[in-house]
Design a protein around this ligand. Structure first.
Ligand SMILES: NC(=O)c1ccc[n+]([C@@H]2O[C@H](COP(=O)([O-])OP(=O)(O)OC[C@H]3O[C@@H](n4cnc5c(N)ncnc54)[C@H](O)[C@@H]3O)[C@@H](O)[C@H]2O)c1
Length: 356
């Protein structure tokens, strides 16, 4: 019989519950412990999850659970300390939520800690499992667009919520080519005070090593996606090539124009569909080093570098070369560098989230 992996999940909010439920539903995992600092939340989660061992003191819970997988889904402010707790727990793999950190300085420390410990890590950029995302990837990889010259992504949600998703999927569309440099701009200080601290609007260009141009926009100035009603899913990502384009809308299916004509299909981001294969790939990677997880830390780290480089460029001007070598606090750089002028919107639907 194949091994069952004991899992500890910390942070029992929306995403912690998604993870706990998905681990529980997969026979390769045993939900062996749950944790949250909020006692009421922990109790409510415990009732829904069949009352696994629960506690607010992570180290003591981990000592009794002895997890093989340490999963945490806490707000973005809580990252390095959780990685350290995960390594102390003796787990073989840490599964955690995007963004990997709020600064390049923290991301670098996380990278070093993981490398020194040899613990595997995956980051939840799970939208890519959506059938409509996979269809677009399939068209690009199958050569239907000819030579791809541009990959792009936009989202109306703000940077720390959405940009690492966009970048992760663009890099995937572009066969994970390395990025050489970025050039960015940003506007609006309102969301710097949010618990996902961000400029209200950020956009920029990425030069990839294979010559492909990346273009991203995130926040108040990003274009509407009128085909999609749900504001958080107004994201459009795709690729253009010498013979056509293919793009996915997070809440609105996919479409492509190739030499065979215009084709399109349905699809909408759905946690219930995306989480099971994301979780199964964790078991597969634990079973076999030759099956690395598509959302492994190394890939998320490269995306995070692009995001932080865009912030550096927006705060200080000019192009920023990659990889980043010197640790910085990019949100702080934006706090110092962003002008006081209010952000300008791309369409009235953005006014509910951004002060203008
Ligand atoms: N991948 C996705 O599609 C997706 C979607 C939504 C949110 N997210 C990300 O998931 C993360 C969590 O978001 P959420 O919406 O679930 O947040 P949430 O606020 O609903 O839940 C976070 C939980 O973490 C707990 N917590 C905080 N510090 C803790 C600690 N030190 N130890 C244990 N528990 C602690 C809080 O009490 C809370 O219950 C964020 O980083 C967010 O950006 C990802």
């Amino acid at each position: 019989m194949r091994e069952t992996f004991r899992v500890l999940v910390a942070g029992m909010g929306k995403r912690g519950m998604h993870h706990a439920e998905a681990f529980r539903a997969n026979p390769r995992f045993e939900l062996a412990g749950i944790s949250d600092l909020d006692a009421g939340r922990l109790e409510a989660a415990s009732r829904k999850l069949g009352e696994p061992p629960a506690g607010s003191h992570l180290d003591s819970l981990a000592a009794s659970v002895r997890p093989e997988v340490f999963c945490f889904c806490t707000p973005p402010q809580v990252r390095l300390e959780m990685i350290e707790a995960g390594i102390r727990s003796g787990a073989r793999l840490i599964a955690f939520e995007k963004p990997i950190a709020l600064s390049s300085a923290e991301a670098m420390k996380i990278g070093e800690a993981l490398e020194q410990s040899g613990v595997k890590a995956v980051v939840s950029h799970q939208h890519r499992y959506g059938a409509h995302y996979r269809k677009v990837k399939e068209i690009i990889a199958g050569g239907g667009l000819g030579r791809v010259h541009t990959v792009y992504g936009t989202a109306t949600g703000w940077m720390v919520h959405m940009l690492s998703h966009l970048i992760d999927y663009l890099c995937w569309f572009n066969d994970d080519a390395e990025a050489h440099w970025v050039l960015g701009q940003a506007a609006g200080r309102g969301k710097l005070a949010d618990n996902h601290p961000s400029p209200d609007y950020i956009g920029g260009f990425v030069q990839f090593a294979n010559g492909v141009r990346g273009i991203v926009e995130c926040g108040a100035g990003a274009p509407d996606v009128p085909e999609v009603d749900y504001w958080w899913r107004k994201c459009r990502l795709g690729a253009q090539g010498t013979r056509g384009f293919a793009e996915v809308m997070t809440g609105g299916g996919w479409r492509a124009l190739t030499e065979e004509g215009l084709v399109s299909g349905p699809g909408g981001m759905d946690y219930a569909l995306d989480m099971p294969p994301y979780i199964q790939d964790i078991a597969d990677w634990l079973d076999d080093d030759r099956k690395p997880h598509p959302c492994r830390f190394e890939s998320a780290y490269r995306g995070h570098e692009i995001m932080m480089a865009l912030c550096r460029s927006a705060a200080g001007g000019g192009q920023v070369g990659l990889p980043l070598r010197d640790p910085r606090d990019e949100i702080e750089m934006l706090r110092k560098g962003l002008p006081e002028r209010p952000v300008l919107l791309s369409f009235p639907g953005n006014a509910k989230e951004y002060a203008c």
